[in-house]
Design a binder for this molecule. Sequence first.
Ligand code: ZN
Length: 160
Amino acid sequence: MQIAKNLAVQIHYTLKNDAGEVLDSSEGSDPLSYLQGHGNLIPGLEKALEGKRAGEALNVSIPPEEAYGVRDDSLIQDVPRSAFQGIADIQAGMQFQADSNHGPRTVTVTKVSADVVTVDGNHPLADQTLHFAVKIVDVRAASKEELSHGHVHGPGGHHH
Ligand code: ZN
């Protein structure tokens, strides 16, 4: 069965940056399960996997435009310290969920001063070309429930 929209796919993968450092890998754990064509993976990786079969392996480099985006300086904002009431000790590197025009977004604190906290809404992997080594483990039809949820259930997927 070839990977196509609405199929449930299991992959093992290793993700490296331009410097060859491993950023993420499924080695030593369950393969990643995802639903093709539902935005579970970055667009460039879904595109590279389309049409592949279980047992195939591929290496693919994905530019930022098809991965986590190009850095957008307008996503860096100064927020009054008072917006963080109840959080005693704000430090650079902390992450928060914030509402944005594009839905919930993870922001990272980059600077803290007496009155102002600077947060950056760019994805930590923005601006990076990502290098994936992928092995396709399994391709199967998705259940009705998986299709209606937009993700895969069971090992390596979502649990309810
Ligand atoms: Zn579900």
